[in-house]
Design a protein around this ligand. Structure first.
Ligand SMILES: [Zn+2]
Ligand SMILES: [Zn+2]
Length: 299
């Protein structure tokens, strides 16, 4: 029986945003103001991921001075290398980097850069695939990535290309076993913040513990709804959540099951049609259409 570690591992959930920019790259606000905005909005942690590019001096923005007793930060960056199959600069999200990460060499490829971030201990996500038309063949070259951004809020707000589920499902249908995350990618030039976040299960709200939980898949992602429990049984999955209008379980290809209703908080869905495909993931949507997503589990 598959286990979703977000709901079987001890600890509590901490709310965080993994992808954000400050004026150390192309964001509008000082790092201190970005941290304050998330802290005051009730987030437990934030990763400032400024663009790790020569034009900005390869920033690993130091957010450590803005940590408090109840709010922490993880050092990270959005790293870049040439070139996707459409000839554009790669964007990769690296959460949990050393402050002295070596600068990207002009001839470094995206797979090499990804490997270097992973070796440095980062949680690595394939950023906003919908935004720039990233293909499965592109994503296949980034070995060891932990997640695909299933939702990137700024891409949704600014160009209706925030959704990464098609790439995620193609990778997993091909046997990749990759997770997902929802992020803001906020730049604060417009209302592109507080739209996508992760709920990470950890013992403490401490950077190393949070990164370890992310790498282990011990979290779920959301635009608002809470997923309180997910228990996979032999032939069904039980989901407990905040009041929902639809609860779904999705598998390989078109396989899926769902229940529609008003204020659903406990749902049991059949898995018979999904098991042969090898994996399943749960999606909860509230009456405003906001989603929450578990990571996939595999039989
Ligand atoms: Zn980007
Ligand atoms: Zn970004």
């Amino acid at each position: 029986m598959p286990l979703d570690p977000a709901f079987t591992t001890p600890g509590r959930f901490f709310k965080g945003n993994l992808h954000t920019h400050s004026n150390r790259s192309d964001g509008a606000l000082e790092p201190e103001a970005v941290c304050a905005a998330y802290r005051e909005a009730g987030y437990d942690f934030l990763t400032l991921t400024d663009h790790f590019l020569p034009t900005y001096g390869f920033p690993i923005t130091d957010t450590r001075p803005f940590r408090t007793n109840s709010f922490t930060t993880i050092l990270g960056a959005e790293v870049h290398a040439p070139a996707t199959s459409l000839g554009e600069l790669w964007h990769l999200l690296a959460v949990g980097l050393p402050e002295d990460l070596a600068h990207t060499a002009p001839d470094e490829t995206a797979p090499q850069l990804a490997r270097r971030c992973l070796e440095a201990g980062a949680f690595l996500a394939i950023a906003h695939p919908g935004w720039y038309g990233l293909t499965k063949a592109d994503a296949d070259t980034i070995e060891g990535a932990h997640a695909v951004e299933i939702y990137n809020h700024t891409s949704h707000v600014r160009c209706d290309r925030g959704n990464g589920s098609a790439l995620l499902d193609q990778l997993n249908a091909a046997g990749r076993r990759i997770g997902l995350c929802a992020v803001d990618d906020a730049h604060f030039h417009c209302r592109d913040y507080f739209g996508g976040f992760v709920m990470v299960k950890a013992r403490d709200n401490e950077p190393d513990a949070l990164v370890a939980s992310l790498k282990a898949g011990t979290y779920y992602s959301s635009q608002g709804p809470a997923i309180e429990d997910v228990v996979y049984g032999e032939d069904s999955v039980e989901i407990a959540c905040s009041p929902a209008s639809v609860v779904m379980v999705l598998g390989r290809g078109s396989t899926a099951a769902h229940e529609l209703g008003d204020g659903l908080t406990r749902v049991t869905l059949p898995l018979a049609r999904l098991k042969a495909g090898g994996y399943a993931r749960v999606v909860v949507a509230d009456k405003e259409g906001r989603r929450a997503w578990t990571n996939p589990v595999w039989w």
